[in-house]
Design a protein around this ligand. Structure first.
Ligand code: ADP
Ligand code: MG
Length: 377
């Protein structure tokens, strides 16, 4: 392929969420794996305080982009569809990209906000659209859609923070009545196990609710499952594929923030030791969960497999799963016969495909000449 025709892929990384550092690791892996014959990586960093910075010229290392990249913004204007430097003048040309790969985890990246901006700007982007991204970040709405699709989810209750602040005793009572311990208390719209507690007795409910309330407007309380944690990678738009399942075996009480990011010790098993029948149930549920939230491109579907009775529960879908070369999402694809850099090729293809589909859609009707008088003042 002619070098000039290489597709310019904007890699959005960093971001304002607690998963800023994880995003840097994921983005570095994605950039390393992009086939240089086909793609040119344009690193676009988002600092922790939300500034957008582009790496130009020699500034390509991700940490350097965040320190000394050119400050830009992406206007919601589809006729330019380019990053515009904040500084004006000859030395500051606009930066165009053909497709964007948001490698951002958590709030303001995985939750539909960035996807909304990319929609307005008219740029193709990898992964879920606005709706599925937002639903993917909301454990409450997501579970309700799973239920509606006939997928098994653990019993749960949801409380708004304002409700909790007004009726603490009543809510504690409700939780005690509905569940046996342990229960999990979580902020409904966060990831990385932040603000989450495994509650073993009634006396701990209040502090667990207070903690979760610090991290969001909604709190979800779930029955604690004594289960194995199984994950499946999902890929596709209309035709959706599911990978070989993998298993996470945390070395701590549960897969908390420390187990995820601070300590080594969690075991990742690919493939997960499962029967053929279990594998096909997990794969089927993963595809149905993806459809239930209107997913696109990719997602990782996480499950519990209850130890005592073999029951399966869909725990959650992550629309931008960890993407380092040793992360579960790409590893499960690798084990299924799709190597990391081919996976990225495919995700970019899927982004362009769904963009073409959207471009065919009419957003208004053309009025016949002379009509529309009624709209005039
Ligand atoms: N209902 C539950 N029963 C048992 N373990 C749970 C439950 N909910 C969460 N966990 C544990 O907490 C971890 C993180 O919870 P999860 O709902 O996946 O939130 P996050 O979006 O932060 O990953 C899970 O991987 C699991 O180890
Ligand atoms: Mg999780």
């Amino acid at each position: 392929m002619n070098a000039q025709k290489r597709l310019r892929v904007g890699i959005l990384f960093g971001g304002r969420s607690g998963e800023h550092e994880v995003s840097l690791a994921s983005a570095a892996s994605v950039i390393r794996a992009l086939d240089p014959e086909k793609f040119e990586a344009v690193p676009i960093g988002i600092s922790k305080d939300g500034r957008w910075l582009v790496g130009t010229g020699a500034v390509k290392m991700l940490s350097d982009v965040l320190k000394s990249g050119e400050r830009v913004s992406l206007p919601p204007d589809p006729t330019s569809a380019a990053l515009v430097p904040l500084a004006q003048g000859a030395g500051h040309p606009t930066v165009s990209v053909d497709v964007v790969f948001p490698v951002l985890h958590g709030t303001f990246g995985e939750d539909g906000t960035v996807q909304g901006l990319l929609e307005l700007a008219g740029l193709p982007y990898v992964g879920a659209g606005v709706l599925a991204s937002a639903v993917g970040m909301d454990k409450d709405v997501q579970k309700r859609l799973f239920k509606e699709a006939g997928l098994p989810v653990v019993p749960f209750l949801v409380f708004h923070r304002s409700e909790w602040e007004k009726n603490r005793a009543k809510i504690i009572d409700q939780i005690k009545k509905k569940f046996r311990f342990p229960v999990f208390v979580k902020p409904a719209t966060l990831g990385s196990s932040v603000g989450m507690s495994r509650v073993k007795a009634a006396g701990e409910i209040g502090s667990a609710m207070d903690l979760a309330a610090e991290f969001g407007l909604k709190i979800i309380v779930e029955r604690g499952v004594n289960g194995r944690e199984i994950e499946v990678s999902v890929l596709g738009n209309d035709e959706i594929q599911a990978s070989i399942p993998g298993e996470i075996v945390p070395h701590r009480e549960f897969y908390d923030y420390t187990a995820k990011y601070l300590e080594n010790g969690t075991q990742l098993m690919i493939p997960a030791p499962l029967t053929k029948k279990q594998v096909s149930i997990f794969q089927d549920c993963a595809v149905r969960a993806f459809r239930a939230i209107d997913g696109a491109g990719m997602a990782r579907c996480d499950f519990f497999l209850e130890r005592s009775n073999g029951k399966i529960y869909v725990n959650e879908l992550n629309t931008i799963p960890g993407f380092t070369s040793i992360s579960m999402y790409p590893k499960m694809w690798e084990a299924s016969g799709l190597p990391y850099s081919k996976l990225i090729d495919r995700l970019i293809e899927l982004a362009l495909e769904i963009h073409r589909q959207k471009a065919r859609t009419k957003y208004s009707i053309e009025l016949p000449a002379g009509a529309g008088g009624a709209l005039e003042p």
